[in-house]
Design a protein around this ligand. Structure first.
Ligand code: DGJ
Length: 750
């Protein structure tokens, strides 16, 4: 039983949520407030309210109905879902404006119930239960003390996974309109004045999800996006942890948002040193007019707690997202090794070029050709064509089917790129519907990559794009779609909504995008969808519900990817990380790296190629064959195993290593890249993780570098026990040359 509720003699109800390693406690107290009591290590079912600070605080505001009691201030007592305006001066979870302009909301506890099933959230991505991983759900009802405005808090507990998924909905039964200026999804008040660190993932185009760790300081630290998309700049996933928490030790709390639009995560340390962490739709740019009888559903936010450090926390997110967020035909199937023509040809391709790329790739074991940007409308550069999803027959004579038949005849699948949310000014769609893009009338509008954002809050816009996409997808045996999104939202205003509802556009845009994705997934259930947004600009849990993989970054340089993939791994499974071997010198950095190293790095994800294999030497092509075979053989270990970060590439400038361990621990893979080759040094020792201590593992090693590099790697080969490899470790082979790398395959022997 994961949910426990008990009423005591004073009429207070204590709620306890239990997972294997954590306990979450809250209490509806005698004053009717829902207080947060505790979230941390699993403890006995004992009430922790003795830890509450109920004291007379200098100038603390105390609720009206408590009379002369000066010791109960919402500002210093941890709240479960704080409403603004009534004495708690910290970040509110909800902010509502009533007809008289009043912005005070006073939420009090009404009731609770346990739901038999984890409810789906209408129109939104969310975790779902499976036979293997069931959830128990608690719903708590709160109500404003003056008006019939109800807030329902939902907690779904995945017990063995140590996951608590939270969301909430607001119901207006006031008889009048209520404007919602903020509705966050989750809040956690840590009732301790101990120091904590906040870890977040910042970035930019071509350098996504860099890890940033800093102490939570007094005041607010806000990690957010107001770009209309979760963005490369900040990611909707944060971690709070003790200052001494490491990969393998210490308390940490993850908070991941299952949403792809504007978000805000706020870590706030108050005057007493207590920390509040919140996550939700960014209140900036948000105002939702909720009519009487209407419901507003906030997206889901997923908490995970680990007492054992960051590796375990990440692995828990990897598991739950793989098993209870990703869906559909491709969820548990091995996904095809692909070749994408973007860096091979950019816009300059035709059927013959594509077939030539596919032909060579197919012979080497590659299974899917992805035709990237440029196959449609008038699209020879990025000035025009978006919105016109009709095949350019000059490039593809005979249309999509003719190309597809030829690709299929090579034994390959065909995939196609779309950028469904955008329109070019030079397009038939724009000429026919010049008001279908987001802009404010009588004002100029920003161009970004020369393109404009379609107003997905409008049904007629979505229907038009749907019909065009469905026609293309039905016209041939297309088995994969790359869904790209290459600019942020500006001048956000919709011709489809009145002036007082423009604050709804950002969220309605996102709901519209999700609706179209759902519709296409339903109609084309066997198509594999991959997300993309100028690389990894919309890499979030919301997208994983629709698309089990996402292009991780437009930066395909293997050395840069070490950091990008490292940062991404904190919150997202490697099975979601699109990673390709590209040309050398690299197109983004000009760096030259060995072919082998590019393969080693790209194999930490959904593997593919992004270059013309016809330009390679015979030796390199042979390497492609080996890489593809190796990846397929080890697919389960990489995509369903446990991932271990063995080094932090931003801190360890000598080498970078990571490891995958199969679920049954019978196989493991250790990969490493030497990032600073030195002469005459003792190479460091690396200790492996996650093996069975008593088991014996046979090690097979491979490496590429100059001189004696291969020999140095082979010297590691042998049979070792798990305890030895985890305790004493392995010495990193002394490889030479530019960016050499190695791979160690471990297999249990009897
Ligand atoms: C941005 C993507 O990240 C690239 O992979 C490529 O698809 C281009 N867009 C095409 O315009």
């Amino acid at each position: 039983m994961a949910i426990y509720a008990e009423k005591n003699a004073q009429g207070e109800t204590l709620f306890i949520l239990e997972t294997e390693k954590s306990t979450y406690q809250m209490k509806a107290d005698t004053n009717g407030y829902l207080l947060h009591l505790y979230y941390g290590d699993r403890i006995e079912r004992e009430d922790t309210d003795y830890l509450l600070h109920k004291e007379d605080r200098g100038f603390g505001a105390c609720p009206y109905d408590l009379g002369r009691n000066r010791t109960y201030s919402l500002d210093s007592i941890p709240q479960e879902y704080s409403a603004g305006g009534a004495g708690d001066f910290r970040t509110p979870c909800i902010s509502a404006e009533f007809e008289n302009g009043g912005r005070t909301l006073d939420l009090r506890y009404v009731s609770y119930k346990e739901l038999e099933k984890k409810p789906a959230l209408a129109g939104l991505p969310a975790l779902y239960e499976t036979e293997e991983n069931k959830a128990q759900t608690l719903e708590i009802c709160l109500k404003d003390s003056a008006e019939d405005l109800y807030v329902y808090l939902l907690y779904s507990v995945f017990e063995k996974e140590d996951i608590i998924a939270r969301s909430c909905r607001v119901e207006n039964r006031t008889g009048k309109q209520v404007a919602l200026n903020a509705v966050l999804s989750a809040c956690m008040d840590i009732n301790e004045d101990s120091p904590l660190d906040l870890i977040s993932f910042w970035g930019r185009h071509c350098m996504e999800r860099n890890v940033e760790r800093r102490p939570v300081a007094h005041g607010k630290t806000v990690i957010d996006s107001i770009r209309g998309t979760s963005s490369a700049q900040e990611n909707p996933f944060v971690i709070l942890c003790d200052p001494d928490t490491t990969e393998d030790f210490g308390r940490c709390w993850g908070l991941s948002f299952v949403y792809s639009g504007n978000f805000a995560a706020t870590a706030e340390k108050n005057q007493l040193g207590l920390t509040r962490l919140t996550m939700g739709i960014n209140p900036e740019g948000f105002r939702w007019n909720l009519q009487n009888g209407e419901v507003f559903q906030a997206p889901e936010a997923v908490f995970c707690y680990s007492p054992m450090g960051l590796t375990e926390l990440s692995q828990k997110y990897h598991q739950i997202y793989r098993k209870n967020l990703c869906r559909g035909y491709w969820k548990d199937r091995r996904r095809p090794v692909l070749i994408n023509n973007w860096e091979a040809t950019y816009f300059g391709f035709d059927t013959e070029k594509l077939v030539a790329i596919a032909e060579t790739a197919g012979k080497l074991g590659v299974e899917l050709l992805v035709m990237d940007d440029g196959w449609f409308g008038k699209r020879d550069d990025d000035w025009s064509g978006l919105g016109d999803w009709k095949v350019n027959e000059k490039k593809l004579p005979g249309g999509m089917k003719a190309l597809c038949d030829r690709i299929n005849a090579l034994g390959m699948k065909l995939g196609v790129w779309f950028e469904p949310e955008m329109v070019s000014e030079d397009s038939d769609l724009f000429r026919a519907h010049p008001d279908w893009f987001l802009h404010v009338p009588e004002r100029g509008y920003s161009r970004s990559r020369y393109q404009l954002v379609l107003d997905y809050s409008r049904k007629e816009v979505r229907d038009n794009i749907h019909d065009q996409m469905a026609a293309v997808l039905s016209s041939a045996n297309i088995e994969y779609v790359k869904w790209d999104m290459n600019r942020h939202l500006t001048e956000v205003w919709s011709a489809g909504l009145p002036a007082d509802r423009q604050g709804e556009v950002y969220h309605r845009y996102m709901l519209g995008v999700y609706e179209l994705m759902e519709r296409l997934l339903t109609e084309f259930p066997h198509v594999l969808f991959e997300g993309c947004s100028s690389g990894g600009g919309r890499f979030d849990a919301g997208m994983l519900y629709y698309m089990p993989q996402s292009w991780c970054s437009d930066n395909t340089d293997a050395i840069e990817r070490l950091e990008i993939q490292y940062g991404t791994s904190f919150g997202y499974p490697m099975s979601a990380v699109g990673a390709h071997v590209s040309a050398s010198p690299n197109h983004q950095t000009g760096r030259r790296t060995p072919f082998y190293t590019r393969g080693v790095v790209a194999m930490a994800g959904t593997f593919g190629y992004e270059l013309d294999l016809n330009t390679l030497t015979d030796e390199e092509r042979e390497m492609v064959r080996e890489q593809v075979a190796f990846y397929k053989k080890n697919y389960d270990t990489i995509n369903r195993g446990d991932y271990y970060r063995l080094t932090d590439p931003a801190k360890n400038t000598e080498f970078c290593a990571w490891e995958f361990v199969a679920q049954d621990q019978k196989k493991a893979l250790l990969f490493g890249v030497i990032t600073h080759v030195r002469s005459n040094i003792a190479m460091p020792v690396i200790r492996l993780k996650g093996l069975k201590p008593q088991a014996k593992y046979r090690l097979l090693c491979k490496a590429e570098g100059v001189g004696n590099s291969e020999k140095a790697a082979r010297a590691l080969e042998g049979i070792y026990s798990g305890s030895l490899l985890m305790g004493a470790g392995l010495r990193i082979p002394n490889l030479r040359g530019d960016w050499p790398s190695f791979c160690v395959e471990l297999e249990e022997v009897q």
